[in-house]
Design a protein. Structure first.
Length: 371
């Protein structure tokens, strides 16, 4: 089966200078993919020519006359830039012409446009941003939400746990992935009322055999690999993500500086170069680039805005794997089977039925500068 992915080539800090070479590299590595490069055609083709790819059997270009910038408001992206590369790339998913979309653009705009065009899966009130972080077991820890929902109710965190469990089951081949609820301590008495109530919902699911709920976990458990999935609200998740990325770069810089600080240190670096490369590989944030927007009726993946071509290619890889392993239908089935439809809020029902753009713009202040 050929997987078709639309690429918002204009999104992010670097635009086509990163997105196009990443697309070329991935297409050359993966024979089962077709990529649609969406954006200003002249700039895309200039970048293709620069990399000596005038034509490619599995690369095509779709012209978009507008670009959603990193500073654009959600209202601008939704109402004023209807021919943007971001919107057209998502539309390809909506119309069934692409299995997934990848963008490094403005996160708030991407979430809003995706939600407006694709709508949410029945039973899901709010989409969530999910990504993977490295752990001591040399495997991934899936974490959500990472910034789409700053304020959450227990029912939202419950839905995140269900969606995360379906995602990990599909991507990692684990029938019962473990779920941890991020808290300030492992004890049941700790945490705010939202976390305590969420824990009750997750424990009830555990007793029914619906979820494999480990219990409360703390920040250090993320990188120890205590659970396969860590659930939290978007405020905590986004702060954690940015702090961990910063720490990874800090450690790498310190190691580089110290190994260059003297002849003996340089000699030690030469002797330990194999271990240093392995450490750099495991701590490189680019290897974990590509966050999925879970809960939508289509696959949309968010790349870090400042990602280089290597990192952006990883985001394309995540989108490809999600489509290949049919993550969307698995999540939809999980939610349909396990979430009582009575829990779907009136607001969700209105948006799912079509809604209006203004309903999405309400959350602009909480979504504009996330992830």
């Amino acid at each position: 089966m050929t997987i078709k992915i639309s690429i918002d080539c204009m999104g992010g800090d670097h635009g086509p200078s990163v997105t196009v070479p990443a697309a070329i590299s991935f297409a050359n590595r993966e024979p089962e993919v077709e990529l649609v490069l969406v954006g200003l055609e002249e700039k895309i083709r200039a970048e293709l020519k620069k990399h000596k790819v005038i034509t490619h059997p599995r690369l095509s270009v779709l012209h978009a006359s507008e670009v959603v910038t990193m500073d654009d408001s959600i209202e601008t992206a939704l109402r004023r830039k209807k021919d943007s590369s971001m919107r057209l790339a998502i539309n390809l998913v909506k119309d069934g012409q692409a299995h997934a979309c990848v963008s490094a653009g403005n996160t708030g705009a991407l979430m809003a446009v995706s939600r407006y065009l694709l709508k949410t899966i029945p039973g899901v009130d709010r989409p969530a941003i999910c990504t993977i972080l490295p752990n001591q077991k040399d495997g991934p820890t899936y974490m959500l939400d990472l910034g789409a929902n700053v304020d959450c109710e227990p029912e939202h965190l419950h839905q995140f746990a269900l969606m995360g469990s379906a995602l990990v089951s599909a991507m990692e081949g684990k029938s019962r992935p473990t779920v941890g609820l991020l808290n300030v301590g492992e004890e049941d008495i700790k945490g705010n009322e939202v976390v305590k109530h969420t824990a009750e919902l997750l424990r009830a699911d555990h007793e029914k055999g619906i979820l494999n709920f480990y219990g409360n976990v703390e920040g250090n458990d993320i990188f120890e690999g205590t659970t396969d999935i860590v659930v939290c609200d978007g405020f905590v998740g986004n702060v954690t993500l940015k702090a961990s990325e910063g720490l990874g770069r800090f450690v790498k810089k310190v190691l580089t500086t110290e190994f260059k600080s003297g002849i003996l240190n340089m000699l030690g670096a030469l002797i330990a170069r194999g271990a240093i490369k392995a450490i750099s590989r495991r701590l490189n944030p680019s290897r974990y680039n590509g966050a999925s927007l879970l809960g939508l009726r289509g696959l949309v993946f968010k790349s870090h805005g400042g990602a280089d071509a290597y990192g952006y290619e990883w985001a394309i890889r995540r989108a490809f794997d999600a489509a290949k392993y049919d993550v969307l239908s698995r999540i939809a089935t999980t939610i349909a089977d396990l979430m009582p439809q009575a829990e779907v809020s009136a607001k969700h029902a209105e948006v799912a039925a079509g809604g209006v753009e203004g309903k999405i713009i309400v959350n602009e202040s909480t979504q504009q500068k996330t992830a």
